[in-house]
Ligand binder design. Structure first.
Ligand SMILES: Nc1ncnc2c1ncn2[C@@H]1O[C@H](COP(=O)(O)OP(=O)(O)O)[C@@H](O)[C@H]1O
Ligand SMILES: [Mg+2]
Length: 611
C-alpha cells in the first residue's frame, strides 16, 4: 500500500485475490451462508413493503377526512368515521405485524451470517496456530512474538469483519437499491434524482472518514500495546527497578506513554464527533429536498401526500446502506490487507523436512561427519568441519568457552537446524532421513535456556508424554535430584510454577527441566549446560545417577565447567567452532599447553576462592 494515501480501492466491496483464501471456509459453512442470504432477502422485502402501506394509509386518512367533511351534518357521518377508523387501525396493525416479522428475520440473518463469520474466525485461528507449530526456529527468529500474535488475533478479526458485517450489509445494500430505486422512480423521477444526489457524497466521505478512524484506532492500539509492554516489563523487573531506585523515572516514563495514548484517543474522539453530525446533515438534506420538492409536486397534483411519506421512508431506508457502503469498503480493504498477511504466513514452508520418513527405534550411535554450520539469519559460522563419534551407551562431553559453538551441536542433533555442510548420522542413517517426530521423540534435550510453563510441576515434567506415569515421574525427579525439593512444597508435584505460582531457584528450574527429559527415557540425552546453576555437590549427585540411568543410552553433556565433563568417556574441547582437543580427562590433562588444562586450572582457582 502506498504510504500516506488510502489505496485506490474500488468502493464496492468485491472479494479480492487475497481474500479468495477464505472462500473454502465459506464453502464449509455454505448452509449458514445460503440461509443468511435468504434471511437478508426476506427481511429486506419486509422493510420495503410497509412503506407502501404507509402511503396507502396516509392517502386513506386524507380521503377519510374529506369524506367525513362531506357528510357533515348527516346521519352517516358517524358511520364514515367508524369505517375509516377501523381501516386505519387495520393498516396500523398490519404494519406492526410486518415489523415484528422483519425483526424475526433480522434475528435469523445475524444467527446465520454472523455465526458463520465467528466459526470461520475460529477455524482460521486454529489453522494459523497449527501452521506456526510446524515452522522452524529460524522463522521464529525472524518474527517477533507480537507480530505472530497479532496475525492470530487482529488480522483474523479483521477478516471476520469482512465475512460477517461486510457481506451482510453489502447484500442488504444491493437488494435495497435494486428494489427501492425502481419504486421511487415509479412515484416521481425528478424527486428521486434530487433526493438521491447527496447520498454518493455521503458514501465517499464515509469511506475516507472511516479510513481515518481506522488509522487512528490503529495508532491507539499501538500506543496501548507499547503501554502494556512497558507496564509488564516494569512489573517483571520490579526487583531491578527497586534496587536501582528507578521508581520515579519509571513513573515518568509511564506518564509519557499514557499521555501519548490519551492524545491519540482524543484525536480519534474528535473525528468521531464530526462523523455523526455529518451523516445526519446529509440525510437531513435529503429529507428536506423530499418535503420541499415533493410538496411542490403535491400542489401541482402529480403526487399525493402519501407518496411524500413513502419517499421519506425510502430515503431513510437507503441512508443506512449508503453509509454502510463507505464503511464496508474500508472494512474490506483492511480485511484484504490482513488476509494477505495471513496468507504470507500460511504460505511459509518449513525447510526442515524429512527426506525418507524413516521411523525406527534408534540405539544411539551418533556420527558428526565434517559438519559445518552457518546460521542462516546472521551468517555466523558456528561450527567448522566438526567430526566425532559417540558410540551407543557412551557419554561424550563438549567443553569450551561461551560462543564456541557447543549449543549449536545440540541444536543440529535435534534437527532444529540442518547442517550447511557434512552429515550427521544416527545409527548410520542421515538425520535428514528420519521422520522428524520419530527422531525427536527418542531424544531427551535439556536446552540451555530453561523454560517452564505456568503450570504444575507435574505437567511440566510429563510434558513430552502422552500417557504420564506416576512412578516414572517420581523416578525422573529423583534422578534429576529434585524430588526432595518438590515434595517439600505445600502441594508437592501439583505446585504451580511461574506466574501466580511459586518461584523456583535457577538450579531447581534446571533440574525440573532435566526431569522432563529423563521421564521420556530417551535413547539419546542432551544436556546443554544444564548443571550451570547447581552447586558442585548436587552436580556430582546428578552425574552419578545419570551414569546409572544412561547406562545403555547415549549422552551428550555440554558444559563450560570441567567438573561436569571429567567423568565422560570422551571429551571434545571446542574453540571458535572447531575441535581443538579430543580424548578422555586424563589424556587432555596431560597436554600441558592445551585449552582443557587452562580451563581446568582457571576453574580450580575460582572454586578455591569461592569455597
Ligand atoms: N539462533 C542463532 N542465530 C544466529 N546465531 C546464533 C544463534 N545461536 C548462536 N549463534 C551464534 O553462534 C555462535 C555459537 O553459539 P553457541 O552454539 O550458542 O555457543 P555456546 O553454546 O558454546 O555458547 C555464537 O557466535 C552465537 O552468537
Ligand atoms: Mg550454549
Amino acid at each position: 500500500m502506498r504510504p500516506g494515501f488510502p489505496a485506490p480501492t474500488p468502493l464496492l466491496p468485491m472479494p479480492t485475490r487475497a481474500l479468495a483464501a477464505v472462500n473454502p471456509h465459506i464453502f464449509r459453512y455454505k448452509w449458514h451462508f445460503l440461509g443468511g442470504v435468504l434471511f437478508v432477502i426476506l427481511s429486506t422485502l419486509l422493510t420495503i413493503f410497509p412503506a407502501q402501506l404507509v402511503r396507502y394509509s396516509f392517502d386513506l386518512v386524507n380521503e377519510g377526512i374529506d369524506l367525513y367533511h362531506l357528510y357533515a351534518g348527516t346521519q352517516s357521518q358517524a358511520g364514515v368515521y367508524q369505517l375509516f377508523g377501523r381501516n386505519v387501525l387495520f393498516y396500523g396493525m398490519v404494519i406492526i405485524a410486518l415489523a415484528l416479522l422483519r425483526g424475526i428475520f433480522l434475528f435469523f440473518m445475524r444467527q446465520t451470517l454472523i455465526v458463520m463469520s465467528r466459526r470461520v474466525e475460529n477455524d482460521q485461528k486454529n489453522q494459523i496456530y497449527q501452521h506456526y507449530q510446524s515452522l522452524p526456529l529460524s522463522f521464529y527468529r525472524r518474527h517477533s512474538t507480537g507480530d505472530l500474535m497479532s496475525r492470530i488475533s487482529e488480522d483474523v478479526g479483521r477478516v471476520r469483519m469482512y465475512l460477517g458485517p461486510g457481506i451482510m450489509y453489502f447484500l442488504q445494500l444491493v437488494l435495497l437499491f435494486v428494489l427501492v430505486v425502481p419504486l421511487m422512480l415509479l412515484v416521481n423521477v425528478k424527486l428521486t434524482v434530487l433526493t438521491l444526489l447527496p447520498l454518493p457524497i455521503l458514501s465517499v466521505s464515509i469511506f475516507y472518514v472511516n479510513n481515518l478512524i481506522e488509522k487512528k484506532s490503529d495508532d491507539i492500539q499501538r500506543a496501548l500495546a507499547a503501554m502494556t509492554t512497558f507496564t509488564q516489563e516494569a512489573f517483571s523487573g520490579i526487583r531491578v527497578l527497586k534496587s536501582f531506585v528507578r521508581q520515579e523515572d519509571s513513573s515518568e516514563q509511564f506518564q509519557v506513554s499514557t499521555n501519548e495514548y490519551k492524545d491519540k484517543s482524543l484525536s480519534l474522539n474528535f473525528v468521531n464527533s464530526l462523523f455523526f453530525p455529518l451523516i445526519l446533515f446529509l440525510v437531513g438534506i435529503s429529507t428536506i429536498v423530499t418535503v420541499w420538492i415533493g410538496g411542490q409536486e403535491v400542489i401541482r397534483g402529480t403526487i399525493t401526500t402519501g407518496s411524500i411519506a413513502e419517499f421519506i421512508i425510502y430515503v431513510n431506508l437507503l441512508t443506512w446502506p449508503v453509509t454502510a457502503l463507505g464503511w464496508t469498503s474500508s472494512l474490506v480493504q483492511r480485511a484484504e490487507a490482513s488476509q494477505a498477511r495471513i496468507n504470507e504466513f500460511l504460505d511459509e514452508k518449513t525447510d526442515i523436512v524429512s527426506r525418507h520418513n524413516v521411523e525406527r527405534e534408534i540405539t544411539g550411535d551418533i556420527v558428526f561427519d565434517h559438519v559445518t554450520f552457518t546460521y542462516p539469519d546472521t551468517g555466523i559460522t558456528a561450527l567448522r568441519d566438526v567430526s566425532f563419534r559417540i558410540q551407543k551407551g557412551q557419554t561424550l562431553a563438549v567443553i569450551g568457552n561461551t560462543g564456541s559453538g557447543k549449543s549449536t551441536i545440540a541444536a543440529l542433533l535435534c534437527r532444529l537446524y540442518d547442517v550447511t555442510d557434512g552429515t550427521i548420522r544416527v545409527d548410520g542413517v542421515d538425520v535428514r532421513d528420519y521422520a522428524l517426530t520419530s527422531l525427536r521423540e527418542q531424544i531427551g534435550y535439556v536446552p540451555q535456556d530453561v523454560f517452564l510453563f505456568s503450570d504444575s510441576i507435574r505437567n511440566n515434567i510429563n510434558f513430552g508424554l502422552d500417557q504420564p506415569d506416576e512412578a516414572r515421574m517420581s523416578q525422573a525427579a529423583r534422578d534429576a535430584d529434585v524430588y526432595d525439593n518438590i515434595i517439600r512444597f505445600p502441594e508437592g508435584f501439583d505446585t504451580k510454577v511461574g506466574e501466580r505460582g511459586i518461584t523456583l531457584s535457577g538450579g531447581q528450574k534446571q533440574r525440573v527441566s532435566m526431569a522432563r527429559a529423563l521421564v521420556k527415557e530417551p535413547k539419546i540425552l542432551i544436556l546443554d549446560d544444564s548443571l550451570s546453576a547447581v552447586d558442585t555437590k548436587t552436580e556430582n549427585a546428578i552425574l552419578d545417577s545419570l551414569q546409572r540411568v544412561m547406562k545403555n543410552r547415549t549422552s551428550l553433556i555440554i558444559s563450560h565447567r570441567v567438573s561436569s565433563v571429567k567423568l565422560a568417556d570422551e571429551i571434545l574441547v571446542i574453540d571458535d567452532g572447531q575441535i581443538v582437543q579430543h580424548g578422555p580427562h586424563a589424556t587432555l590433562m596431560a597436554e600441558a599447553d592445551g585449552l582443557y588444562r587452562a580451563l581446568y586450572e582457571r576453574q580450580l582457582q575460582t572454586e578455591a576462592t569461592v569455597d
